[in-house]
Design a protein around this ligand. Structure first.
Ligand code: ATP
Ligand code: MG
Length: 292
């Protein structure tokens, strides 16, 4: 659960702007004023229609993009626009799984690719092997079966899993998943997300989750930021956000199906007091109504 009593957010973003290809005919203003804060141990969703600026935002969190334009990104109290900030140290703490996994895999063999981060951490051969084995198990890639496979021969879903394993192998404090489970089959996805949620809930890993799937967002995160046209458009707890379907619609977004059903039942005067976010919550509520 979030602890907003902590003195300082782990990541603080103030009025962040970002322009791609500035001064060229292809110039795009991707961010026009994003403000948000993320505390250690939180799980945060970032949602918004395609092109809203979500990937551009999260690439500022591990120093891939630097806030040199108006606005600030402060990470653990360090101003990321300061050139003396060591990006290598940041990347160890903040693991970003890219939207396109093929941008992340570059070693020939899957095992070597996942071992790349631990190697740079200076871990021994034995420790590296254990990390790789652990990370592959976390994402549901069998160690013996996949470690010597060529990365380019993996299917789309397997590539995603390998990319996530490579980031998990660093055991980062903050894990950012940018639409990282797209293409993984539903069962594999469910297992993978359950293990990630476990790392968040029981091992304190901060989770930043970007996804077009509202059901997944609802089940994974405690708080949500809605981004629209490069700006922070809405923020609140997951329940507060999904309790405003009309506002979300305006930003091209929906709510989980089960939430829609609950809203409709409420319009028909059924005494649904809280907005259910998951099927399990809805079942609980319906059960209470049937028993009352
Ligand atoms: N490397 C780049 N060069 C030029 N323009 C870019 C680049 N990356 C993103 N953009 C543009 O910046 C805007 C924001 O893109 P971004 O990828 O951050 O959006 P997004 O919310 O992640 O979208 P999606 O949901 O489709 O992943 C878009 O208009 C996009 O075309
Ligand atoms: Mg994106």
């Amino acid at each position: 659960m979030k602890d907003t009593h902590q003195a300082q957010p782990f990541i603080q973003v103030n009025d962040l702007h970002h322009v791609y290809l500035r001064g060229t005919p292809l110039e795009v203003t991707a961010l026009k004023g994003v403000t948000l804060e993320i505390y250690e141990g939180e799980s945060i969703g970032i949602i918004g229609r395609t092109g809203a600026g979500k990937s551009t935002i999260v690439q500022h969190f591990n120093g891939l993009l630097r806030a040199r334009q108006p606005g600030k990104v402060i990470l653990e109290g360090q101003d990321m626009s300061d050139p003396s900030v060591k990006v290598k140290a940041i990347r160890q703490k903040v693991g970003l799984v890219f939207q396109h996994p093929e941008q992340q895999l570059f070693e020939r063999l899957v095992g070597d690719d996942i071992a790349f981060g631990p190697k740079r951490l200076g871990l021994s051969r034995e420790e590296r092997r254990e990390r790789v084995r652990w990370a592959m198990e976390m994402v549901g890639l069998d160690f013996e079966r996949f470690k010597d496979r060529f990365t380019f021969s993996l299917s789309g879903g397997e590539m995603r899993k390998a990319a996530i394993a490579g980031v998990l192998a660093l055991q980062p404090k903050v894990l950012i998943l940018d639409e990282s489970t797209t293409g993984v089959d539903p069962r594999g996805r469910k297992d993978l997300l359950a293990r990630i949620l476990e790392l968040h809930r029981h091992h304190g890993m901060t989770l930043i989750f970007v996804s077009p799937n509202m059901e997944e967002v609802a089940s994974m995160v405690d708080r949500v930021y809605v981004i629209d046209d490069g700006r922070t458009a809405m923020s609140g707890t997951t329940r507060e956000i999904f309790d405003r379907p009309d506002d979300l619609r305006q930003y091209g977004l929906g709510v989980p199906q089960v939430t829609t059903i609950a809203h409709q039942l409420r319009e028909h005067s059924l005494p649904i007091t809280r907005t259910p976010l998951t099927v399990a919550e809805a079942a609980e509520d319906v059960w209470k109504i049937l028993n009352s």
